[in-house]
Design a protein around this ligand. Sequence first.
Ligand code: FES
Length: 114
Amino acid sequence: MSSHVDVAATTDLAEGGLLGATLPDGTVVCLYNRDGEIGAVGGQCTHAEFAMADGTLHGDGTIECAWHGARFDCRTGVVRRPPAIDPLAVYSVRVEGGRVLVGPRLGGAMGRSA
Ligand code: FES
């Protein structure tokens, strides 16, 4: 039994790329491919809810929001550059048979600022 859901093909996610996806419960996530490592963070910036998938994945492993330039660590979700204050959620991801499967949110309290 798996709580992971199939959201995309790995071929939809180029190296260095970002891709938005919606889980069955309506949660929006942002998939990333950092040098072949695929993961998922919350799909909306914690600053003003801009779509993270419209941002940029940098070589240092941060995802930059396209609106006001906040940066988040793609593995932990923690803020690396303001104006965002709160971290992005991070989700469990599995890659199987060329598909990207997203599961539960990880590390509930990690990086919480309040
Ligand atoms: S909405 Fe992302 S930095 Fe403002």
